[in-house]
Design a protein around this ligand. Structure first.
Ligand code: 5AD
Ligand code: SF4
Length: 438
């Protein structure tokens, strides 16, 4: 008898990928994924711990499932991901409804854990195991919902930026063998995928076994580009110090590598960058971007920013605004610094008052929005190629992504789904573009 599994995913794209793999792993225990928690036999929250209140959010989400649990005492509840890793047993202490807690590195053990849960026991596993979980996971079988897919190629981080929990929740940097990844990419393409986004917490530090030695990310991308039927490759997220010459060159000479790069800089003041342990200066970042743009002039650049890092003065913040003006971002994500327990920055003096940080965030976001708007408006009149993913909200409409990752709507038939077609952009809207098929 099949049982119903509801998975709710928080946080980054790596969690989206993990959720898919966890659902597959639970397939072995008879579970099939459903889209709503009502009527499910198991609810699994795949959590994120990157910024504040993550754990609190999970506890309140769990509280919302109480009525479902009261109505069906057999309902199983699991917590996975980085909050699971960080909080461990505390989750079961605070929320006795929870049957299972599993960290990001041990979810290949889910079928075994479910056996214990089915016997009425609690199961907890937040190890950093010796074995490679991916080697113990079933091959992806679920029908794909669209022509794009994520593929985790690298996990963990050795950079230890002083604000970040990732090195603690995800552990040390591990790269998956390239030969295996090429096989998985081929499987995805056989199942209709046309675009693959290579994922890693620090993906451009990739250094996996390619059979004839160690491959960097550029080599992996170049080999993957040889797969017939795979049309587009992207990667995220990267550290400036790991943009090597070959990867920069690939942006210019590998046609399947899309002209979009997410390359977080976090701040524009050298003093703050140093305190963040980023190990590069603002000028080094600016020079790096110039080199990448020399290889690919139409590159659409994206970034992450933190404002209100301990010790950040108004002058330091002005340096961030200056850097943004100098570089020009097509998209960006900006956050107020949030103190994460266990990270070096959490212990520092000079915490910026909350209202000051909010004010800086607002000013930064105003500038970034202006740049985003300008980049988007500049697309009007241009020809782009769109990979169509799904019908739009209005009848007769299809939506897809341009090579620059802009969402593009066109009037067109359903059979466009999974196809790449040339489109002329005719209008720039708040968060998307409208185009006409050529
Ligand atoms: N506070 C605020 N933002 C953070 N990020 C990571 N840790 C923190 C933190 N403690 C942001 C960084 C990173 C993105 C994924 O999240 O900008 O690039
Ligand atoms: Fe966190 Fe820095 Fe590693 Fe990114 S590079 S995951 S911000 S420690």
């Amino acid at each position: 008898m099949t049982k119903k599994l509801y998975v709710k995913t928080y946080g980054c794209q790596m969690n989206v990928y993990d959720s898919e793999r966890m659902a597959e792993a639970l397939g072995a225990s008879g579970y099939e994924q459903v889209d709503a928690p009502e009527g499910a036999d198991m609810i699994l929250l795949n959590t994120c711990h990157i910024r504040e209140k993550a754990a609190e959010k999970i506890y309140s989400e769990l509280g919302r499932y109480k009525p479902l649990h009261d109505a069906n005492p057999d309902l199983k509840i699991g917590v996975a991901g980085c909050v699971a890793q960080a909080e461990g047993e505390e989750i079961m202490r605070r929320q006795p409804m929870v049957d299972l807690v599993v960290g990001p590195q041990t979810y290949h053990r889910l079928p075994k854990m479910m056996e214990a849960v089915d016997r009425g026991e609690k199961a907890l596993d937040t190890d950093f195991p010796e074995e490679d979980k991916f080697a113990h996971l079933p091959k992806l079988r679920q029908p794909r919902r669209g022509p794009t897919a994520f593929l985790t190629v690298q996990e963990g981080c050795d950079k230890f930026c002083s604000f970040c929990v990732v090195p603690y929740t995800r552990g040390a940097e591990v790269s998956r063998p390239a030969t295996r990844l090429l096989g998985e990419a081929r499987d995805l393409v056989d199942r209709g995928v046309r675009e693959i986004t290579l994922l890693g917490q620090n993906v451009n530090a990739y250094h996996g076994d390619g059979g004839d030695g160690e491959w960097g990310l550029a080599r992996l991308i170049r080999e993957m580009a040889k797969i017939d039927g795979l049309e587009r490759i992207r990667f995220t997220t990267s550290h400036p110090n790991d943009m090597d010459d070959d990867l920069i060159a690939a942006h210019g000479d590998c046609a399947k590598l899309m002209p979009y790069l997410h390359l977080p800089v976090q701040a524009g003041s050298d003093k703050v960058l140093k305190a963040m342990n980023r190990k590069h200066t603002a000028q080094q970042y600016i020079d790096l971007i110039s080199r990448i743009r020399a290889a690919r002039p139409d590159l659409h650049l994206s970034g992450d920013f933190i404002v209100g890092f301990p010790g950040e003065s108004e002058a330091d913040f002005q340096d961030t605004l200056e850097l943004v003006k100098t570089v020009g971002f097509g998209t960006a994500y900006s956050f107020k610094y949030s103190s994460r327990p266990g990270t070096p920055a959490a212990e520092r003096d000079g915490q910026v008052p909350a209202d000051e940080a909010s004010d800086r965030l607002q000013r930064l976001q105003a500038l970034l929005t202006e740049q985003q708007r300008a980049t988007q408006d500049a697309m009007v009149g241009r020809e782009v190629s769109v990979l169509f993913e799904k019908p739009g909200r209005q009848a007769g409409q299809m939506v897809g992504k341009s090579e620059y990752l802009h969402a593009v709507h066109v009037d067109g038939p359903d059979r466009l789904r999974g196809q790449i077609a040339p489109v002329r952009i005719v209008e720039s809207r708040t968060n998307s573009l409208r185009g006409a098929l050529l």
